[in-house]
Design a protein around this ligand. Structure first.
Ligand code: NAD
Length: 294
């Protein structure tokens, strides 16, 4: 058996990530506030503990995968830093605001622990397949220590810089993604209106200067890319509500840092309206339908 890992938050992402660690031979001590998540964890080889404090006891590494920064900071202040062995490496893989990520790192270090922020991309499918990308912020030694563990859950592990840099990379990337999906959607809608077929636009743009991931991997119209959610009634994939969360985080960071992000702001507004219209559970590429009707 490899080292012991505490895992807090066994949701859509955390559960398959923790299961992959157990599969790789780690002794995983898991905890979620929802009993059904713990039951699912137990079925996948995770040793369920009755609280977060119990889950970190004796662990060499603790990973958290929670919905937002407020919950991460509450967790870090809940007694886990006192219950863990000195020098335990805490890795927060939740997508949260940069400020909370840096505050969590300060709490951990003040409590005698080590800390990394390591948000992921790749979605639930990537979590299940063990092919996530981890964007990591923190010290080089901690990164080296975390790498083999993160490799049990992901394929690309990138050291982005100091505390908070992982979150910064994640929100900058997803701001590009949100904006580019709207751009691709607008281009297909314009093509429809001027009598150009989806396939013809795809054949040209996918190998020309309009090429981007939103077009070639996640094409928002059915047909050209058979695996894209457009071919499956826009079932996520990556839900619009999660895209909105990341675009809002980017806007918070831009406001705090004084960065001009006019298109990022507009993209956040467009997804805001989409989610307010009850489409939060639809894949984010479904934004093309709002553009078409808009
Ligand atoms: P989720 O809501 O399915 O899972 C979060 C889990 O945390 C839930 O099971 C919840 O009960 C649990 N939880 C909340 N507070 C807790 C606490 N104090 N102690 C223990 N457990 C607690 O969300 P998810 O889809 O798994 O996403 C987790 C994080 O990963 C989010 O920050 C999200 O933005 C990010 N993310 C999600 C995706 C995706 O496609 N779902 C992709 C990349 C990143």
């Amino acid at each position: 058996m490899k080292e012991t890992i505490g895992f807090i938050g066994l949701g859509n992402m955390g559960l398959p990530m923790a299961a992959n660690l157990a599969k790789a031979g780690y002794d995983v001590q898991g905890f979620d506030v929802v009993p059904a998540a713990n039951e699912a964890g137990a079925r996948l080889g995770i040793t369920v503990r009755p609280s977060a404090v119990e889950a970190v006891k004796g662990a060499a590494i603790v990973i958290s995968m929670l919905p937002n920064g407020k919950l991460v900071l509450e967790l870090y202040k809940s007694g886990i830093l006192q219950a863990a062995r000195a020098g335990t490496l805490f890795i927060d893989s939740s997508t949260i605001d940069i400020e909370s990520a840096r505050a969590a790192a300060v709490l951990a270090v003040e409590g005698g622990m080590n800390n990394l922020d390591a948000p992921v991309s790749g979605g639930v499918g990537g979590a299940a397949a063990g092919t996530l990308t981890f964007m990591v912020g923190g010290g080089a030694e901690d990164f080296a220590r975390a790498k083999p563990v993160l490799e049990a859950m992901g394929r690309r592990i990138v050291h982005c810089g100091d505390a908070g840099a992982g979150q910064a990379a994640k929100i900058c990337n997803n701001m590009i993604l949100g904006i580019s999906m709207i751009a691709v959607g607008e281009a297909f809608v314009l093509a429809e209106k001027v009598g150009l077929s989806h396939q013809a636009l795809y054949d040209v743009a996918s190998t020309a200067s309009g090429q981007c991931w939103s077009l070639t991997s996640y094409c928002p119209v059915p047909g050209p890319v058979p695996t894209s959610p457009a071919n499956n009634a826009y079932k996520p994939g990556f839900a619009a509500a999660l895209m909105l969360k990341d675009l809002r985080l980017a806007q918070e960071a831009a406001a705090a840092a004084g960065a001009s992000t006019a298109l990022g702001k507009h993209a956040a507004e467009i997804y805001e309206n989409f989610v307010a219209a009850g489409q939060g559970g639809v894949d984010f590429s479904g934004i093309i339908n709002a553009i078409r009707n808009g």
